[in-house]
Write a protein that binds this ligand. Structure first.
Ligand SMILES: Nc1ncnc2c1ncn2[C@@H]1O[C@H](COP(=O)(O)OP(=O)(O)O)[C@@H](O)[C@H]1O
Ligand SMILES: [Mg+2]
Length: 376
């Protein structure tokens, strides 16, 4: 095995591996990671069985049918994780499959972003308190939260499964099928990412107002609520897909946004949130306050149900941070009416409070005071 073939080109990780290689630490780390990856899969096996008879029963059955067609999983070259497409016999892409040990900075990442170590600095780049191999349960939880909150169609059905495929990457270079714990998601066909979509629109004669109203306000607000509650750290423009109006599930002839790649959510501490949909684009919706129905969703948030689900996924350590966000969000709605943009800034600042020696009260400071704090 030539270990360097597998490792990342990110300098600090490469340097760490080079340093450790001489004293076999790297091989010990590989062995430990392999044991952990196997143990994780086994720990999830019974819960995956439980999930199969839950609300996604029909999706699991369909997924099983597609896999039983035995078409090879096709690796997706795009992105930073190991991702594969499962297709049916008509050649239609049906599911995306992401093994949890092929995520960014995980042992078997096939895109030169692998390491056998679990260095704190990698976790830091992700989010404080997010386990490197824990993307599967987080992304499933994100989908479940959208369902609990009655936001159908925003997040494609996402679920954990144990899948066997020859296509999966393993640093040992073993041939044959490898059985892995994976996060799986319905594949959205006929979609383009929002960057391509908006670039096209901006090149046309369409005004900001015109393109804004092509995206339903309700969907826009639902995405905001999910981002705030989950403290989503991965909202860049390639992680939104847009389906055109001729798609069946699009209502009122409007475009529909789907949020994919939801692994960086529910951190143990609200540390880093990115909301590029709002910061990078001039959707007019953001200059409005939340609609009454969104306000109602937040005011009457079924936190207990969401927390129960988080516990099922082993996300107990993320509950306190979630509860804090709910509290702050509800309190923000209590005061003077704010625009979505202002709520977003305040939710974002929660993650910066600690560095400034402050707590969640930062969300309620007058804007002028916040500007002063963040100038320094
Ligand atoms: N549900 C989906 N439907 C269609 N395409 C998808 C879906 N999920 C991911 N993809 C495609 O696969 C690419 C990589 O997936 P993503 O989940 O974003 O992985 P990464 O962690 O590597 O960023 C995406 O940019 C997108 O093109
Ligand atoms: Mg992505």
């Amino acid at each position: 095995m030539n270990i360097h073939d597998n490792w990342t080109s990110i300098e600090h990780i490469r340097a760490e591996i080079d340093m450790m290689i001489s004293d076999d630490t790297v091989f010990d780390a590989i062995a430990t990671r392999k044991e952990e990856i196997d143990a994780l899969k086994e720990a999830w096996r019974w819960r995956v069985e439980l999930l199969k008879s839950g609300p996604l029963e029909a999706v699991y059955r369909d997924f099983g049918d597609v896999l039983s067609m035995r078409n090879p999983l096709e690796p997706i070259l795009r992105g930073v994780s190991g991702s594969y497409v499962a297709s049916d016999n008509k050649g239609v892409s049906r599911y995306i499959v992401k093994p949890v040990d092929e995520g960014q900075f995980c042992l078997n990442n096939p895109k030169k972003l692998a390491t056998p170590f679990k260095g704190d600095e990698y976790k830091h780049q992700y989010c404080s308190g997010m386990t490197l191999y824990g993307g599967g349960e987080r992304t499933s939880m994100f989908y479940d939260m959208a369902e609990i909150l009655g936001m159908p169609g925003i997040v494609p059905p996402t679920f954990l499964a144990i899948v066997s495929s020859e296509a999966f990457h393993d640093i040992s270079g073993i041939d044959g099928p490898k059985e892995k714990l994976c996060s799986c998601q319905e594949f959205i066909n006929d979609a383009e990412d929002i960057y391509a979509f908006l670039t096209k629109i901006m090149k046309s004669e369409t005004t900001v107002e015109e393109f804004s109203v092509m995206i339903p306000r309700r969907d826009f607000e639902n995405i905001m609520i999910l981002t705030w509650l989950g403290y989503m750290g991965d909202c860049h423009v390639y992680n939104f897909l847009v389906t055109p109006p001729y798609c069946e599930d699009t209502h009122n002839g409007l475009f529909k946004i789907k949020k994919i790649d939801n692994e960086r959510v529910f951190p143990e501490k609200s540390y880093s949130m990115k909301n590029n949909l709002l910061t990078d684009f001039e959707f007019i919706h953001k200059y409005n306050p939340l609609t009454l129905s969104s306000r109602f969703k937040i005011e009457k948030l079924p936190s207990g149900k969401i927390i129960e689900r988080m516990k099922f996924y082993g996300l107990e350590n993320s509950v306190a941070a979630f509860e804090e966000r709910v509290g702050v969000l509800q309190k923000l709605l209590d005061g003077d009416v704010m625009t979505i943009e202002e709520i977003d800034v305040r939710m974002y600042l929660l993650g910066k409070a600690e560095k400034k020696g402050l707590g969640n009260e930062i969300a309620f400071f007058p804007i002028e005071e916040l500007e002063k704090i963040f100038e320094t």
